[in-house]
Ligand binder design. Structure first.
Ligand SMILES: Cc1ncc(C[n+]2csc(CCOP(=O)(O)OP(=O)(O)O)c2C)c(N)n1
Ligand SMILES: [Mg+2]
Length: 316
């Protein structure tokens, strides 16, 4: 694989890791409030998928690293976490609502599985418009137990929509193990009757990049949707308020041995790794400083974008 690409993947994963460390620290310092779902451990999946796929993207609430990899600046994503005006959603959305139409990145969604039908609608619209860039929807293992997921795989398959379903199987929905709530541990089994499925090691960024590239090409051929299941593992609790007590230390040790950053390191020289680390640390320091000095949104705009008389005045 191309050395520049490997370097870019490593940079993005390390940036994601340090971004999340900084988010955690700033949460406990009181600079960030509300929900915060960290992606630490799952960067191989987030970075590999975003770098490989260029079409429309719909994600879950665990999307900071994906937003960065799609091209949002670390300053604008951090400012969004801080609730500041320079955030990608003008500080109105926070952690779960990184959104950028110009980058074809449609969130960040707080409702488990709720964004899957939205992606079906997008794929349908693109097909209707004759735009052949494809749509990708990323969701957790838990989301595959939702009704909307089953309706979506049915419609996508029956209408032969150019839609890539990417399931991040980290085996947990908050603190509930998948085997307690799902008929199958392997989510692809729920889908096999509708479309082709691929399983990939989500802790290996190169494997994810290749699988998503292949799947992206497949949907553009007009044969219908495809399902990719990436096996992964988060290193932290579900959200900042989850102490992660339901996983044993042995399980966590096994999980951390699969660190996607450690896996990629041997492909890059020591001095380059050091240089990348320095650049990443600087970029994150700059992002935090930027978020700190960015102003709060104006109170005069409180009703902007809301379905109120005042909000409609802004829209018209
Ligand atoms: C419709 C709905 N039900 C419940 C919740 C509460 N909730 C938030 S995240 C989550 C677990 C989702 O697990 P999974 O889909 O595996 O995603 P992961 O967080 O593991 O990436 C639940 C139940 C919600 N946000 N929306
Ligand atoms: Mg999960």
């Amino acid at each position: 694989m191309d050395k520049t690409l490997i370097q870019d993947l490593y940079y993005s994963m390390l940036l994601g890791r340090h971004f999340e460390y900084a988010a955690k620290e700033n949460y406990f310092q009181g600079n960030i409030s509300g929900f915060l779902h960290l992606d630490i451990g799952q960067e191989g999946l987030s970075v590999g998928s975003m770098k490989a796929f260029k079409g429309d993207v719909f994600t879950t609430y665990r999307e900071h690293v994906m937003a960065l990899s799609r091209g949002m600046s670390s300053k604008s994503v951090m400012a969004e976490l801080f609730g500041k005006i320079d955030g990608v959603s003008e500080g109105r959305g926070g952690s779960m609502h990184m959104f950028s139409p110009s980058l074809n990145f449609y969130g960040g969604d707080a409702i488990v599985g709720g964004h899957i039908p939205n992606a079906v609608g997008c794929a349908y619209a693109r097909k209707y418009q004759g735009i052949n860039t494809g749509t990708m929807v990323i969701f957790g293992d838990g989301a595959t137990n939702c009704g909307g997921f089953f309706e979506s795989i049915n419609i996508a398959s029956s209408q032969k929509l150019p839609l890539l379903f990417l399931c991040e199987n980290n085996k947990y929905a908050i603190g509930t193990h998948i085997d307690k709530v799902s008929a199958f541990s392997q989510q692809a089994k729920k889908v096999e009757a509708y479309m082709p499925t691929i399983e990939v090691d989500g802790m290996d960024v190169l494997a994810v990049y290749e699988a998503i590239s292949k799947a992206g090409e497949y949907i553009k051929e007009g044969k219908g949707p495809i399902f990719v299941e990436a096996m992964t593992c988060r290193f932290e609790g579900h959200s900042i308020s989850d102490a992660n007590k339901y996983r044993s230390s042995e399980e966590m040790q096994r999980c951390k041995k699969l660190d996607p950053l450690i896996k990629l390191k041997p492909l890059l020289e020591e001095d380059l790794l050091k240089k990348i680390e320095e650049q990443v640390i600087q970029e994150i320091e700059d992002a935090v400083a930027f978020a700190q000095q960015s102003p709060d949104p104006s109170l005069n705009d409180l009703y902007k974008y809301t379905l109120t008389e005042e909000g409609l005045k802004h829209a018209l």
